[in-house]
Design a protein. Sequence first.
Length: 238
Amino acid sequence: MLFFSSTIALLAAYATARSLPITLFPDDIILHGSNRYQILKRSDFDLLQAARNSSTLPPTPGYLSTSLFHAPPTSPPSKRARTQTLIIKHAPSRFLGWDVLMSAIVHGAPTTLSISSGYTLSNSITVGASSTFTLVKDFLQASLKIDYSTSWLSSQTQQFQAQVPEGKYGAFVSNPWTNRESGFVFEGRIGGEGELTMYQGDSFESKEYGGLEWVDGVISLCVGEEVPLKRCLGDGTL
């Protein structure tokens, strides 16, 4: 287990030897935020461990949803006489999101794996009806002051490494803290008939730690028995 003393020593070493790679083991995670990072044993970070072991998955990321629209409408919304449009908000939520790939998937012989530059993650808005996209986007950006067109491209000057155990497959993954706004758009007559469609907006917060520019969250090694590599947190494969 890495205690605070070893973490302080690690940060001191980083200050004097920035170019030296930092080696991680399969049960290590990088916890980052507030412009600093800390390496912990996975067992010490109960939230991620509990999420990975839970039978209930975190909410599906907006960009992976197959039932919602991700882009603006291709034609303007139709105008119906005597109709009104209302936005019905749910309470905001914040959760550790599904695994986001941060490196190549390699086969352990054993093999040393490094976090790579060039991986992307974006804020997103998804809607149940494409005609409501602009309305929802304008509402969220005006009320929350969040730019939902913001995206992140991983770039680093400090190298993080990990050993993938012999015979296993592994990759670095990020579990970003996801801020979700969601609710419904009602189009119709108040007290009468109308259409109710869902919307959601996912946003992230920028963090820079140890030379790695990315989003606030947790980075760890995801290890499995085969490829395609199953997500350690979330559904499907990487």
